[in-house]
Design a protein around this ligand. Structure first.
Ligand code: HEM
Ligand code: HEM
Length: 128
């Protein structure tokens, strides 16, 4: 499996554990106010990261070079800025909104770079 896939699955499973932890907390406390935070931790942090990792594993020729590295770096950095910021925002701290906005834009840029990876012809390289 390419290193980038291993990295994506590593961060994905961490976000799944956090997302499920938050889901259980909401279910136990009967306070669902954090549902959008839970949804994005699970869908951006777990599902989308794992899909990216799966794509690179299925297309190892696309997993090398500056473009996938930049894609992975910017998307992951975006998640690390956006998701904790979102938690603080829904925890009643509106001042954090600009940080969430910057993180969201980095996530969106990571997605745009992934579109470039998908549409750029890949080299046929052996799986590493
Ligand atoms: C043990 C695991 C989980 C628990 C206990 C849990 C619990 C919850 C709870 C209590 C809500 C709020 C429901 C509401 O107020 O309408 C919720 C919403 C949500 N959960 Fe989970 N969840 C779990 C796992 C997951 C996973 C793995 C995903 C995605 C891969 C996920 C995706 C969502 C989404 C998208 C929403 C928002 C739904 C909406 O907007 O109506 N959850 N979850
Ligand atoms: C940078 C990317 C994204 C931004 C800025 C964003 C923004 C938002 C916003 C503003 C809401 C409304 C929240 C509220 O009602 O308080 C929302 C809800 C939601 N988004 Fe996203 N979103 C993003 C990516 C995604 C992705 C990739 C998915 C699915 C794979 C997704 C799934 C959802 C779901 C299921 C809800 C409803 C959650 C709920 O109300 O409980 N979002 N999103």
């Amino acid at each position: 499996m390419p290193r980038i896939s291993r990295f994506y699955f590593g961060i994905a499973i961490v976000f799944l554990m956090i997302g499920i932890g938050l889901g259980l907390k909401m279910a136990i406390t009967q306070d669902h106010a954090m549902a959008p935070v839970h949804a994005h931790i699970n869908l951006l942090g777990w599902v989308t990261s794992a899909l990216f990792g799966g794509y690179y594993a299925l297309n190892p020729g696309k997993a090398h070079g500056w473009l996938p590295r930049a894609q992975c770096f910017i998307y992951t950095l975006g998640l690390i800025v956006m998701l904790p910021g979102l938690y603080w925002l829904y925890d009643g701290n509106p001042a954090i909104e600009p940080v969430v906005a910057i993180g969201s834009m980095a996530v969106a840029l990571g997605v745009a770079l992934f579109a470039m990876v998908v549409f750029t012809p890949g080299r046929e390289l052996p799986t590493t």
